[in-house]
Design a protein around this ligand. Sequence first.
Ligand SMILES: Nc1ncnc2c1ncn2[C@@H]1O[C@H](COP(=O)(O)OP(=O)(O)OP(=O)(O)O)[C@@H](O)[C@H]1O
Length: 228
Amino acid sequence: MTSATRAPVLELTGVTRTYQSGNRKRTVLKGISYTFEPGRMYAVIGPSGSGKTTLLSLASGLDSPSTGSVRFRGRDIAELGLGRYRNRHAATVFQSLNLLTYMTAVQNITSAMEITGVRRGNKRQRAVELLELLGVDADEHHRRTLQLSGGQQQRVAIARALACEVDILFADEPTGSLDHETADGIIEVFRKLAHDEGKCVVVVTHSRAVADASDEVLHLKRGKLGAR
Ligand SMILES: Nc1ncnc2c1ncn2[C@@H]1O[C@H](COP(=O)(O)OP(=O)(O)OP(=O)(O)O)[C@@H](O)[C@H]1O
């Protein structure tokens, strides 16, 4: 299928976000319109403070735009329910990962499936399948995540996000704290998820390597999307 024939999975239309602190208002995003497709990897780049995390929060249903709309498969996510959108359709891997470090890799994934109400008979088996897909070795599946390396923890966090069978995966600076080699492995994971598994992968990054590996690069500058 060519990209021209793919139905969009996510559409931002005229999205603005204004923050108010005291009497001061500041519009961080100034009318962003963009269409995301399945099976593609997107990088969101831009200077510090340009609104990348704000854009990710709106697109992932953690926050609502001041004006404009965010649509998942044609339906406004506010109407769908932000909680439902986040649980069923769009997962986010945060910079802090938020793994439960006293639990094993498998337990982190199965507990997320319980919490988000995934109806699947053998959750442990699914957790193992996902860890294998992401290249986490079998002897690491049952180790507490505290004992795993940064790159392994990042993979577990991605597996946990995918466990809820989402269509869109957002990640905020996923390679920021990793060495080059480990970062390259994570970039490859994202590319495979997009190109082989058909996910829409959206990564906020300062990394040139992530931007170079992406199918599309969105450059945020002064609240607008521009050419790179
Ligand atoms: N909840 C908030 N209330 C008020 N201002 C906010 C809030 N969240 C973000 N901002 C402001 O919005 C602007 C954009 O922030 P954002 O975190 O989206 O930028 P960013 O491009 O992700 O930056 P960085 O690359 O440094 O992480 C900043 O000036 C920030 O101070």
